[in-house]
Design a protein around this ligand. Structure first.
Ligand code: GNR
Ligand code: NI
Length: 194
């Protein structure tokens, strides 16, 4: 007899190795407000998490992702600011910390995969110095400006439970939270019906 295509004994190990796109959690999920824990040891689990983060981020698509957006409260950030899809420039920041921020501010229109299809201008320090570990555990310090500075601050905020809507007026923030809360309730109701 031929093996059934969906024989779980055959497909499960395959899924475990390759199906790495995970669900991105959305507001008002309370986990987005957690302070993530520092990574103590960069082991196989962290490497798998980073792989899954890249796959999820590229699929979304997004230019940055913090582990908490997958529900994992660890201080891990992935990023790719390359313009063309062909030349990926994956960057990993473990335990990233802002060690200096410029007085000068810059405005940038931000979006967030945990608040899909909502964009608003946010003002932040124009330049930051960030200290972080790479996947080999080696420490680095970089000075960032432009999109890299914005994205690093956005992702480091995620590791501290902060979202870009926290910088908007209360009116705007309440409005977007309300909209997503309603959508989450409706989708939970639909699930119950099914
Ligand atoms: O994909 C993303 N784009 C973006 C645009 C402007 C400022 C920040 C970002 S990060 C965002 C992906 C995301 O939600 N990362 O946490
Ligand atoms: Ni985000």
């Amino acid at each position: 007899m031929r093996r059934a295509r969906i024989d779980p004994a055959f497909t499960t190990p395959y899924i475990a190795k390759t199906m790495a796109i995970r669900e991105i959690i959305k507001i008002p999920d309370k986990r987005l407000r957690l302070k993530s824990e520092p990574v103590q040891k960069i082991d196989a689990g962290i490497k798998k998490l980073v792989d899954d983060m890249f796959e999820t981020m590229y699929a979304a698509p997004g230019i940055g992702l913090a582990a908490i957006q997958l529900g994992v409260a660890k201080r891990v950030v992935t990023m790719d600011l390359s313009k063309k899809e062909e030349d990926h420039k994956p960057q990993v920041f473990i335990n990233p910390e802002i060690i200096w921020a410029s007085e000068e501010r810059a405005k940038y229109e931000e979006g967030c995969l945990s608040i899909p299809e909502y964009y608003e201008e946010v003002e932040r320090p124009a330049e930051v110095k960030v200290k972080y570990l790479d996947l080999d555990g080696k420490s680095h310090e970089i000075k960032a400006k432009g999109l890299l500075a914005t994205c690093l601050q956005h992702e480091i905020d995620h590791t501290n439970g902060v979202l870009f809507i926290d910088y908007l007026s209360k009116l705007k923030r309440d409005r977007v939270v309300k909209k997503f809360t309603k959508a989450a309730k409706e989708s939970a109701m639909k699930k119950e019906e099914a």
